[in-house]
Design a protein around this ligand. Sequence first.
Ligand SMILES: Cc1ncc(COP(=O)(O)O)c(C=O)c1O
Length: 432
Amino acid sequence: MPVNRKNFIKHSAAALIGSVTFNKAASADFLLPVPALPESMGIVDPNDEQYWQLVRQQFPLTKDVAYLNNGTMGPSPYPVIEAVRKGMMDCDMFGNYGGWEATSGKLAKFVGANEDEIALTHNVTDGINIACWGLPLKKDDEVILTTHEHVGNALPWLNRRRVDGIVIKVFTPASTADETLNRITALYTKKTRAVAVPHIPCTQGQILPVKEICKWAKEKGIYAVIDGAHGPGMMPLDLHDMGCDTYASCCHKWMLGPKGTGFLYVRKDFMETLQPYFVGGGSDNAKWNMALKPIPMGEYANNAHRYYGGTQASGLYKGVDAAIDFIDSIGIENIHNRIKTLGKYVQDHLLSFGDKIELITPTEERSRCAVNGFRIKGVEYTKFYTMAAENKIRIRSVAENGLNSLRVSTHIYNNKQEIDKLMQVVANALKG
Ligand SMILES: Cc1ncc(COP(=O)(O)O)c(C=O)c1O
């Protein structure tokens, strides 16, 4: 059936009607993917609310609450959930085993890497640990991090400090990309071995100038190991162009895939440097044999599979495949533009309160996208978090690193009315 605007709307309306029956029965009726955009429509207008309303119908996410917390958990749309169910059925009905390896190729294409550079993991923390522990670091070697780390990028390095005596140096991200870069380069000493920063810190969602950071790291001969929890799905990515040595991410948040799935990109040439420690089925060339004397081990796999081993959740990875298809059907550029528009809408609203609100996310074009952090003068962040929850709005309070702030993150299932609702609560909080 040719896809035109009318069909698109009809198709998606069917998805809406069907979604009502989701809890009742495993009907396939509602499991329609977002139709591909017709060529003639070209790039979606990020302000085309009708289009985004149709996209919203693809999510079972409750409508009782305004969910503005994608930075913590990215809810999946129906096609992803269905792909997981089907993937599990294939496994559990027919005894099919494996098949998850194919997801590496799909992920690679999605993030601008090669298939052999993608290791499957369960979350960002897995990938960061593989990178952190695999680096050849010794006592007194210095690693640069931010004062805005998530526990997932803080603890592995702090643990390495405890075990191996490395030194952690920190900087606070600045309000411009240039100044952020200056703060990083100012920390450099002869002992600096790695820069281990988030692409987008969880605290206030500012986009760090990772390409420049990686370029600088290369010039200095130090490792660039990036925490990429928030990159994929928020913006188009080309990891080769970024120039990082490793990039750890998850497949839910902005990718909207199943929870408990993730990946680690390891630049092909970097595999000789990054030591695998966690190995098992698939991470070698199968030359080991415990019955021979001496017992041979063989070589590591000639790809990023050397960094993970054993049985994976094939159903979940079918969900990752479906999440990438879902994003592709809308277009990552369209998604990026839409969520950047919503992020700007949040910023403009917050700025309209004047000095009563402290916006902690930069307004600089290249440093902002879908996540905003702020404080309300005279209102405890925990108090406001509770007020928002009472008004059926889910945001995040940011207690880590003593930031004591609030965070709003908006994805494609959100709309301006939900943001208006939040801003009304801000206005009420300011009235006292
Ligand atoms: C910037 C950042 N790094 C790391 C993590 C840890 O992710 P995971 O729970 O998938 O390991 C998160 C999770 O929110 C994050 O936001």
